[in-house]
Structure formats: structure tokens, C-alpha cells
Ligand binder design. Structure first.
Ligand code: GLA
Length: 374
């Protein structure tokens, strides 16, 4: 009798321990950390979220600008480094920076003269890049405080922002939701969703600057890049597409097989800042680019369902901004692979359309997936 009782107690105890391990134990590692990151000028608190996975990958995101402040991944020897440009405090972001890790919108990239026509009406947007509109205008989504929600079971942070009708000149109230998820496959997955109550234009992206060496003072000219694009969109001096879809064959834009960033960059001063016309636009989410840094062994694969990607090699970085270790960030310190619709689409009828109507949903996904190779 007593023995049976003891066994029952033992059984119950181990069952409880097992249940604790399954539910609490595993979930514990996955609990998203939230800490205060500072305050907006009007006093609203800003948060910093840190997501972790079982492979020691860590991603930090703030609801100020939806900024990815940090992505930590191991190299081939297991050393963990931060592979994006960013800051450890809100003040540096508020002081101004070239879109480090931000969500850019309502329209990422440029709209010529900040003007476009939609259903017979001409809309004049804020101009903040000479005569042109760039990355949503003077106070784009990159400077907004987003509402947040944490989903521990999905390892996701959900950010929401309601962009009012007329903001920066855009028509329609736009309801935007961006979901950042860190998976056990070492993917930072970004799901974008938007709806409007009036026809408008939308193009959202994430503007992370990657340096897979983990050392921003070491330039990215030694990174090997592949982009699955047979064509790119040539631009004028103001970086507005001419409208041509030019074949990459024989140009510095041919990344169909892996090429070092540095091999041909001098032939297109000040560097790459171009949209690539991605192959297989109707295939849904597909691998569109791969970036590799041989010394650290880090590899980043990019997946998206979008038709374009902007390769920007940090041409305008000039040492005036300091990285999180206090070192000046030089030109070519990092590169962006901004998945997107083509720049200036609202004025280029033969580009994939950027119009969103009421009753429709803008829905796209981009995944940055990390691994190492020896
Ligand atoms: C984008 C643009 C660049 C530059 C950077 C931010 O990638 O295409 O021309 O404006 O943002 O500095």
C-alpha cells in the first residue's frame, strides 16, 4: 500500500516536473523581453523588445519607427556578433540617422517631385530629397511610435500604426500592421499588412543595414552577393528611375552569380543605390538574394514575394555618425537589401502597381535567414 502510494507520488511529481518543463521550461527561453527604451518628446514611453531562439540568435526591435536595432547571430566559430547598424539608446535615433533598421513608408524609396495622379486627382506629397519624396516624407513611419502587442507562442512582436488621411500628403486613412517573428530556423520574418478607406499608394520595407562581419568599421566590399534579377531599373542623377528595365548582362549590376560588392563598385560612383527587377515575380515567396561573408562564414538569404529590391551600399555614410561602440561609421560600412515595389511606381504605368483601394489588403512578407558555412 505504502509502496504504491510512494510510487503514485513519485509519478505525480515527475509528471508535474515534465509538464512544467514542456510548458514553462521551453517557453521560458522564448519569453520576449520588454524594457523601456526612452520617451517620445511628448512623454509617451518607448519600448525595446528582445526576441531569442534556441540557436542563440537574438533580435531587438523598438516600437519607435519599428526599428530593428540589433540582430545577433553566431559566426562559423560560434562567436556572436551584431550584424546590423544600430544604437543602444533612443536619443541617438531621435537625433537623426539614415533609416537604420526602420520600417519605411507610406511609400519607401522615391516619388518624383513628390507628386502623383490617382483616379484623376493630383496629390502633392512632402518633398525631403531635393525636389523628390523619399521614404514617406519629413516624418515617415520610421519616426512614429507604433502600438505593440507581444505573441510569445509565435515569438512575434506585432506593431500597428494608423496613418491619418492627408499625412505627408497621402490620401486615405491607412491602417498598418507589421509583424516581426524570430523563428527556430534563424529567420527574421517580417509580415506587412495594410488597409485603407480611400485609394492610396503603399510601399513598405525594412531598411536594415547589414555587415555580416559584425564589425561596422570593416567595410562590406568583401561581401559576396547574389541577386536573382535579370534586369534593373536605371536612374537619373536624382535616383529616379528612367522607366527602362535594362538587362544586367555585361553591367556592374549582374549579380546572377556571386560577386564581391567591391569588384565593380568604382565604376558606378558613389556606389550601388539601385532597384533590381527580381525574377519570377509571380512565384510568391522565393529566395531573391544571398549575402555571404567568407571570413566569418555568415550567410544571409533573403526571401520575399515582392517584385523588387533596392541594393544600397551605404554610399552616403561619411563617418559623422558613430556606431554603438563609439567608432565613426564609414562609407560602405553596411548594405541594405530593401525589398519593395519599384521606386516612383505611382508615376510609371508599366511598373507593378502600388495602388491600394478600400476593401483590399496590402500583404507582403520578407524573410532574412541566417546560417554559417565553413
Ligand atoms: C535609401 C535610398 C538612398 C538613401 C538611403 C538613406 O536606400 O535609396 O538613396 O537615401 O535610403 O540614406
Amino acid at each position: 500500500m505504502r509502496i504504491i502510494k510512494q510510487k503514485t507520488v513519485q509519478f505525480l511529481a515527475s509528471t508535474v516536473a515534465l509538464l512544467f518543463f514542456i510548458s514553462g521550461g521551453c517557453a521560458d527561453d522564448r519569453v520576449i523581453n520588454m524594457e523601456e527604451f526612452g520617451t517620445m518628446d511628448d512623454g509617451r514611453p518607448v519600448q525595446l523588445f528582445t526576441l531569442k531562439n534556441e540557436n542563440r540568435m537574438e533580435v531587438s526591435i523598438t516600437n519607435y519607427g519599428g526599428i530593428v536595432t540589433s540582430i545577433k547571430v553566431p559566426d562559423k566559430n560560434g562567436n556572436i556578433d551584431d550584424v546590423v547598424l544600430g544604437f543602444d539608446n533612443l536619443e541617438q535615433y531621435k537625433a537623426g540617422h539614415p533609416y537604420f533598421g526602420t520600417i519605411t513608408g507610406r511609400y519607401a524609396n522615391r516619388i518624383a517631385n513628390g507628386r502623383f495622379e490617382l483616379n484623376g486627382e493630383v496629390y502633392q506629397l512632402a518633398t525631403n530629397d531635393g525636389e523628390n519624396h523619399l521614404h514617406g516624407g519629413i516624418e515617415g513611419f520610421d519616426k512614429k511610435l507604433w502600438d505593440y502587442e507581444i505573441n510569445n507562442s509565435e515569438n512575434s512582436v506585432i506593431l500597428r500604426y494608423l496613418s491619418p488621411d492627408g499625412e505627408e500628403g497621402y490620401p486615405g486613412n491607412l491602417n498598418v500592421k507589421v509583424t516581426y517573428t524570430l523563428t527556430e530556423e534563424n529567420e527574421l520574418r517580417i509580415d506587412y499588412h495594410a488597409t485603407t478607406d480611400k485609394p492610396t499608394v503603399v510601399n513598405l520595407t525594412n531598411h536594415s543595414y547589414f555587415n555580416l562581419s559584425g564589425e561596422p568599421t570593416q567595410v562590406i566590399l568583401d561581401h559576396l552577393l547574389t541577386i536573382h534579377a535579370d534586369r534593373y531599373t536605371p536612374v537619373n542623377e536624382a535616383l529616379i528611375p528612367t522607366g527602362e528595365l535594362r538587362h544586367v548582362e555585361g553591367t556592374p549590376f549582374d549579380f546572377r552569380t556571386p560577386e564581391y560588392i567591391g569588384t565593380r563598385i568604382d565604376s558606378i560612383p558613389p556606389g550601388y543605390d539601385h532597384n533590381f527587377v527580381l525574377n519570377n515575380p509571380n512565384q510568391g515567396v522565393r529566395n531573391i538574394a544571398t549575402l555571404k561573408h567568407e571570413e566569418s562564414g555568415r550567410v544571409m538569404e533573403v526571401y520575399t514575394d515582392l517584385p523588387g529590391v533596392q541594393l544600397y551600399t551605404g554610399n552616403f555614410l561619411d563617418g559623422t555618425i558613430e556606431d554603438r561602440n563609439g567608432h565613426p561609421i564609414p562609407q560602405y560600412a553596411a548594405l541594405c537589401l530593401e525589398t519593395q515595389l519599384f521606386p516612383d511606381s505611382p508615376n510609371q504605368p508599366h511598373f507593378p502597381p502600388a495602388v491600394l483601394n478600400e476593401g483590399e489588403a496590402y500583404e507582403t512578407v520578407t524573410i532574412y535567414r541566417f546560417h554559417t558555412e565553413q
